[in-house]
Design a protein around this ligand. Sequence first.
Ligand code: OGA
Ligand code: NI
Length: 348
Amino acid sequence: MGGIDQAFVQEPEQRPKSSTIEVDGIPVIDMSVSGTGGIEKLASEIGNACRKWGFFQVINHGVPLELRQRVEKVAKAFFDLPIEEKRKAKRDDLNFTGYHDEEHTKNVRDWKEVFDMLIEDPTFLPASPDPDDEEIRTYSNKWPENPPEFRETCQEYCREVEKLAFKLLELISLSLGLPANRLSDFFKHQTGMLRLNYYPPCPSPELALGVGRHRDGGALTVLAQDDVGGLQIRRQSDGEWIPIKPIPNAYIINIADALQVWSNDLYVSAEHRVVVNFEQERFSIPLFFFPSHYVKVAPLDELVNEQNPAKYKEYSWGKYYINRTGSNYKKLEAENLQIDHFKTPESE
Ligand code: OGA
Ligand code: NI
């Protein structure tokens, strides 16, 4: 069908439309603050974006442009290598880091190749999703030999974007009326990763997606996209898919599931997807910011009261994560684990 493998073909209702609506709704927030009340104003802009969209872009974010350009260069050099070379750093059953090109979202194969690396090396995660299994496994990064500067550049980039993620976490806490450091302790042994995404040109972009519709499972995503464009978010008001316009040197920030739960649904983890392109390849680099494995995610006490009962039951981040990761690599019978599974009966 359309010259591509059936595994990539989306159900008709999921296929991208040939025309998209252009809107400027998704806020672009300047992070440079000055004067009295600067921080409060910034936090309030972020809070509004988190409530309305769950997505915003930031400029003047403090991550050096030169470093971003270097990481984009090594990403391109890596994905340009012959497939046998890339597969030397392939993900395997014991270690989910490294290269792979077989990811599925909602059981349809994504038109993309990725390289995943842990921000913390080593990272500690449960050995299995089984709630009674207390074994913890230690994961370390797998690195390719080429390009030679790949490892060092990616590690340096992780450190800088991680700083931005912590800064955003503080602003988000403030925006919820909480102390700046309210969420910080959840990330003492954070389990997040940096992903290099490569979306090759696709002969049938009307049938496939680079990433099928999904919500990010962690706390926060900090994404660099190139100037090709393709990321779309689902507007809450009418379900339309809205493209996120590339802005040079900006970062796209989105609220992910754990923050939706901590905020007791004040903030939204919005559904998004990636459309692919007939002619152009596209690169994007998300940093997925995840809590420590032992963190129990539940609505924050300060945001829950009699009028606003907790909308979610507590769940273990580590178990949830391991459960979801298992389903990314292969087709499953059912949809993978989502925060909706932890909704309390009062919230239905
Ligand atoms: C993701 C994602 C968007 C993009 O990897 O979870 O949503 O623009 N990526 O690549
Ligand atoms: Ni995503």
